[in-house]
Design a protein around this ligand. Sequence first.
Ligand code: FAD
Length: 122
Amino acid sequence: ELKYECPLSKEELGHSTWNFLHTVAAFYPENPSEKDKEYAYALINSIAHLYPCVYCSNHLKNYIENNPLDLRSSKTFSLWLCRLHNSVNKFLKKPLFNCSKVLERWKYGSKECQKATKLNLN
Ligand code: FAD
């Protein structure tokens, strides 16, 4: 059976982008160099400008203006992203995520996750 690979929907692109961003933030250094901070700042601002869904990128631009990026550590970067994601969740009437669990979700994983895969990044 022939299977077509199709361009992404807004949901698929959003899901992939969040997976990528939360993982990058979770594995960002605990003590970043000035260069690390520059790259992370450039990444988030580039996404805000290039993201191919106009109202999504406007959401991100407005959020950055009102909530300056906090790149002092993986914890502060992850929390900043978690709150940004929750502001989108709230707008879309999706459940809010408990940000105290953000590194468990994106870096360490539950006991079940640790058993289930040997392919994780840790
Ligand atoms: P997603 O919201 O994509 O989440 C993926 C996974 O992240 C979840 O399974 C969950 O485990 C985890 N997660 C959920 N919340 C958090 C959190 N706060 N912190 C950490 N982890 C969390 N869509 C629109 O229709 N309108 C918009 O205006 C819009 N704006 C967007 C702006 C940006 C910057 C991005 C990246 C996406 C935007 N989207 C928007 C897409 C939308 O956020 C979702 O990605 C999409 O609806 C698919 O949702 P999902 O249920 O697959 O889970």
